[in-house]
Design a protein around this ligand. Structure first.
Ligand code: AMP
Length: 112
């Protein structure tokens, strides 16, 4: 079981913000912005590059979950950034697909 599967199973604690049938949103344990949230599928897809054509609806659901969570956290007006890290160079550290939502301050571009 990955760390995030344990969070889904409530085996380890997390600050959960919202949940759908197929996804869970919770605060990142090491926030890089005033608001830093992760949206994850309940299905254990290791990373974006391993999503399959059968996951197309789930991937769309995750983006709508991002929209819902961003609204809920008051980021819709001020803006936010959505990030998916894939693999070593992308900075992926947990092998369970997750979408970062970062906001609450102006974010620089390009990222480091
Ligand atoms: P990534 O580097 O894209 O794989 O992102 C993994 C993220 O998971 C990092 O931002 C970590 O801070 C976060 N993280 C690791 N463990 C936990 C945890 N127990 N609860 C919440 N977030 C976590």
């Amino acid at each position: 079981m990955t760390l995030f599967e344990k969070i889904i199973a409530r085996e380890i604690p997390a600050q959960i913000i919202a949940e759908g049938n197929d996804w869970l949103a919770f605060h990142d344990i090491s926030p890089q912005a005033p608001v830093h949230v992760l949206v994850i599928p309940k299905k254990a897809i290791p990373r974006l590059g391993e999503a399959a054509p059968e996951d197309v609806q789930l991937l769309g659901t995750l983006l709508l979950a991002v929209q819902e969570v961003a609204r809920k956290l008051g980021l819709a007006e001020t803006g936010f950034r959505v990030v998916i890290n894939h693999g070593r160079d992308g900075g992926e550290t947990v092998p369970h697909l997750h979408i970062h939502i970062l906001g609450g301050r102006p974010l620089s571009w390009p990222p480091g």
